[in-house]
Write a protein that binds this ligand. Structure first.
Ligand code: SF4
Length: 247
């Protein structure tokens, strides 16, 4: 069956695209730059971060390109002052409320869009203790922007283990486990896919974390092998007992 084509205008150019294609896909196929943060090719797009918003003529609100399907007659601008202002504000709100020190791509976006890290000096920052409760990875939700990628790869998008989910409400929402359990007490199989898709360093391999903490590669290996041997006999540790501040 032949795919139906739709005709749109993108930044002034007449473009044909297959029906069902998102505006982000069309723009990228033409080499146009549209920034994304929560979007990842391996996960279902959910328009969580809104950094990819575009201006569609006739629509009051900016639309997220990652989920917006191209439709006949759409006249879309991926640039312009309205779009730029929205992207800049999103970046400024992120930098005012969380630790972006390891989010190189986002720091690059801030420079590109002229975003000021100190735009909202009174904002409440997300500050939580690092969680070190398993042999595979550590979690530092001070660096989490709630992009949802880790939850998605842990669920239907890849692993089907459902160990991670949203926790809390409103401003206090964060990624967590059911009943706030330590990772070894959840369905987590330590596959590492959540670490691989995290864009900010909020999830980090234990090895990398230990090296950054000043341990030598030999010391890291000793710790890892010692932990594995102990792990065959002992009970998994509790999350509360393994937080950095509690050690
Ligand atoms: S931990 Fe990382 S991948 Fe998960 S929601 Fe936060 S920033 Fe996204």
């Amino acid at each position: 069956m032949t795919e139906r084509k739709v005709r749109i205008t993108l930044d002034g150019d007449a473009v044909e695209a297959e029906e069902g294609t998102t505006v982000l896909e069309v723009a990228r196929s033409l080499g146009r730059s549209v920034p994304t943060i929560c979007y990842h090719e391996a996960t279902t797009a959910n328009a969580v971060c809104r950094i990819c918003v575009v201006d569609v003529r006739g629509q009051r609100l900016l639309q997220p390109a990652c989920v917006l399907k191209a439709a006949d007659g759409m006249d879309i601008s991926t640039r312009g002052e309205r779009v730029e202002r929205a992207r800049r504000t999103i970046l400024e709100m992120l930098s005012s409320t969380m630790d972006l020190s390891e989010a190189d791509e986002i720091i690059g976006m801030m420079q590109e869009h002229g975003a000021h890290a100190d735009r909202f000096p009174g904002a409440r920052r997300r500050e939580t203790p690092l969680i070190d409760d398993n042999p595979m990875y550590v979690r530092d939700y001070s660096k989490c922007l709630l992009c949802w990628r880790c939850v998605q790869v842990c669920a239907e998008d890849a692993q089907y283990t459902f160990a991670l989910s949203f926790d809390g409400r409103g401003y206090d929402t964060q990624i967590g486990t059911f009943f706030d359990r330590a990772i070894p007490q959840t369905t987590c199989v330590l596959c590492g896919q959540c670490v691989a898709v995290c864009p900010t360093g909020a999830l980090k391999s234990k090895r990398e974390h230990l090296l950054e903490s000043g341990l030598t590669p030999a010391e890291v290996t000793t710790q890892a092998t010692g932990r594995r041997r102990r792990g065959t006999r002992g009970q998994p540790g509790t999350r509360a007992g393994s937080r950095r501040g509690a050690q």
